[in-house]
Design a protein. Sequence first.
Length: 394
Amino acid sequence: MKMKNIAILGALMLTGIASFSQDDKNLVQNPSFEAEKGKLKKLNQINVAVEWNSPTGLRADLFASDKDSPCSAPENVYGKESPYDGSRYAGIVMYSYNNKAPRTYLQTKLIAPLRKDVEYCVKFYVSLADLSKYAVNNFGMYFSKDGLEVEGKADIIFDKAKDKEAIALNQDNKIYNARYNWEPVCMTYKASGKEEYLTIGNFYNNKETKYEKLKKLTNFRGTQIPTAYYYLDQVEVFIMEDPAECACNQVQNEAVESVVYHKESASEDGFTIEEQVKLATVYFDIKKSKLESNMQKDMDVLAGSLKANPEYKIVLHGHLDAEEGSALRKDPENIDVMGLDLKRAEVVRDYLIAKGVDASRISVKSYKDKEQKAIGSTTLDHAKNRRVEFTLVK
């Protein structure tokens, strides 16, 4: 383990001062940073959150909706994000190009030590800051008997296999590159029975860390920072009595499970143009406006029918699912869902135009999530609602 002057942090953390409520199963105290001691006035003040600190000389940040810039929420010096839970969240540096800026970490003492050979569910939520130039993987939660304490503004890098075994990483270890969205980091951890502290951050060197370089958002003011800076909220560690409780697999496979709804094809012979329009509904993946290849055959047939029936015009109706609509209401400037229903309709319109349908015959309408085709909260229900439908007009 490479560190500068590593020492054991004994009883530095406060215990038993929690006046906040939390899930009885969660072993993390003050999991969403709501309880405070002292006054939050500037950056690098994670220690204002009860039961939280940073193990290095450079503290992590704390943001709150009742504070002024630079540590305010949702808008602050690094971007804009509403808290996932409550009115506060933390912020850490996960990576910097050529190690030009030190990383930061979050640390807390658990309510009780972990039990030997028991499997725990580990979760927290992250959102990449708008002004970050990089996005990375290696979101880890390190479990230890004693807290870590490092002198100076140093990165905590583990080289030994034994130390790395105490780091919980999600199975996919993907790069978290979503701005304006909270994404769950979810994994399981089998305890040795000696763990009393947890530390969150990136414990791998830059060569072992995958990164993406991002372009600056066109609609966001400010200068990009040459780091991967993430907001972090709602930390959970609890015994996994039932694998379904953790739902790690659901989180990791969300992109697969949210597949485009499989529909009946409109490309069979014998359908009238009216029947084709009813069957030609186009479906989309979560927060996507890409026209999937399995939808293009129907669009080819519909384009041919429209060219053969010039007396018709067509209206394209763009829709969101309930979760996308909820995200938009929570933050109208959320770039992942803002105008997404229209973008979906415009993608279909552009495809029909490219296939020879005159643009003057096509119009688009936005419905957001006002007309849900399937009422429910399952993956299939949501998939049926992410769609573009058609209406013929003479």
